[in-house]
Design a protein around this ligand. Structure first.
Ligand SMILES: Nc1ncnc2c1ncn2[C@@H]1O[C@H](COP(=O)(O)OP(=O)(O)O)[C@@H](O)[C@H]1O
Ligand SMILES: CC(=O)OP(=O)(O)O
Ligand SMILES: [Mg+2]
Length: 397
């Protein structure tokens, strides 16, 4: 009987899952799916690796407290893949704080430490941790493993990981951590396969999704990133503001008399593309819109992305490679093109025809920078980490 791991990837706008067989050298996807909570009737959709529908179930919003949907996933997995032995559930956990530089088994003690980090990722941490107790209730003996978005950036050093605040706060852990590490780690591995010539060069990865951040990478490791202590910093995002003059926050607190809860809601849920456009957080909607405010939001997104790519290039002392990934980075060629135009001074030249054809490599011949569009695969990174943890524990060979 082959072993399998179930991966749960809770992002700010979606919960994805993947079931992987772990018998070979590399986890092999058996099925993938989505837990869609946003509709009036939350649903679970499962597909084959090539995207054909396998299973779909809907619930009333009233009984979709999260636990039921996770029970549905486990029931589906055990029903359809009963010839596999489920060895673990791997979770994407957005914040690992100062302690976790790699995957770890999710014991009660670890859970409590991760829950305590919620103020540093209020939009994500509760969603990432939500499946842990329901899964434990249904399968108490099943190993659960936390894989962190922060871990890939753990080697980041001063000055890149510092804020210019009194040292006593840094000692408390107030420093830049960075996120989207499971995505950056996957891209680093993929890039090493398709462009080994870039291994020692200066590469920036642009993860542009509902959350968005950049990673400046050298020798396959993160040296700088745009997110900080929290996933609010850096780029303009779906509903998050990105980097902002801290004086604006003081203004909200002192003059608008906002509470910290009001401010948190404004910065995490009402800002970014949604706040600027007044229409939508969804890039597809904005690109299709003829409203001036939609254009303004897209324009600001592009301007800030290009600006921050230049900041990452500054950390690296130049730019040899640039990778686009995430929902927007993978699918919106108008955004890639607009960012590319703004970076022409760095020698970036996109081959529009190659990009139109959906090629992985999209730079023109005269581009000074190698350009790629690579679909990310956070679920595979998590599955690989789970295998490593299970092997270290002697649970699988
Ligand atoms: N074809 C497309 N064109 C433009 N934007 C797209 C397209 N497909 C997805 N997106 C955008 O990708 C974003 C979601 O990114 P994704 O990485 O899937 O989200 P999450 O961060 O929740 O994992 C949304 O803004 C969505 O509009
Ligand atoms: C860290 C982060 O922003 O994640 P997401 O893209 O899922 O919102
Ligand atoms: Mg994401």
């Amino acid at each position: 009987m082959a072993d399998a791991v179930l991966v749960l990837n809770a992002g700010s706008s979606s919960i994805k899952f993947g079931l992987f067989e772990i018998s070979g050298t590399e986890p092999a996807l058996l099925c993938k799916g989505l837990l869609d909570e946003h509709e009036a009737k939350p649903r679970l959709v499962a597909k084959t690796p090539s995207g054909e529908a396998l299973f779909e179930t809907q619930r009333q919003a009233s009984d979709a407290d999260g636990g039921h949907l996770f029970a549905d996933v486990l029931a589906f997995v055990e029903d359809r893949f009963g010839d596999h032995r489920l060895r673990a559930v791997g979770h994407r956990i957005v914040h690992g704080g100062p302690e976790y530089s790699g995957p770890v088994e999710l014991t009660d003690e670890v859970y409590a430490k991760l829950e305590a980090l919620t103020p540093l990722a209020p939009l994500h941490q509760p969603r990432c941790l939500a499946p842990v107790h329901p899964v434990r209730m249904i399968r108490p003996a099943l190993t659960q493993i936390a894989c962190f978005d922060t871990a890939f950036h753990h080697g980041m050093t001063p000055p890149m990981n510092r804020f210019a605040i009194p040292k006593r706060y840094e000692v408390q852990g107030l420093r830049r951590y960075g996120f989207h590490g499971l995505s950056f780690e996957y891209i680093a591995g993929r890039l090493a396969e398709i462009a080994p010539q870039l291994a020692t060069k200066r590469v920036v990865i642009a993860h542009l999704g509902n959350g968005a951040s950049l990673c400046a990478m050298r020798e396959g490791r993160s040296v700088d990133t745009t997110m900080g202590l929290t996933p609010l910093d850096g780029l303009v995002m779906g509903t998050r503001c990105g980097a902002i003059d801290p004086g604006v926050l003081l203004y909200f607190l002192q003059h608008e008399k906002m509470t910290s809860e009001d401010l948190q809601h404004l910065l995490y849920h009402e800002s970014g593309l949604l706040g600027v456009s007044g229409l939508s957080a969804d890039m597809r909607t904005l690109l299709a819109s003829s409203e001036a405010s939609a254009h303004e939001a897209v324009h600001l997104f592009v301007f800030r992305a290009a600006q921050e790519i230049a900041v990452m290039a500054n950390t690296l002392g130049g730019l040899d490679g640039l990778v686009f990934t995430g929902g927007i980075g993978e699918h919106a060629k108008e955004i890639r093109s607009a960012i590319g135009e703004r970076l022409a001074w760095l020698g970036v030249r996109i081959d529009a025809a190659a990009d139109e054809k959906g090629r992985e490599r999209i730079n023109a011949e005269d581009s000074a920078v190698d350009l790629f569009v690579i679909p990310t695969n956070e679920e595979l990174t998590i599955a690989r980490h789970c295998v490593a943890v299970l092997q270290a524990a002697g649970t699988v060979s």
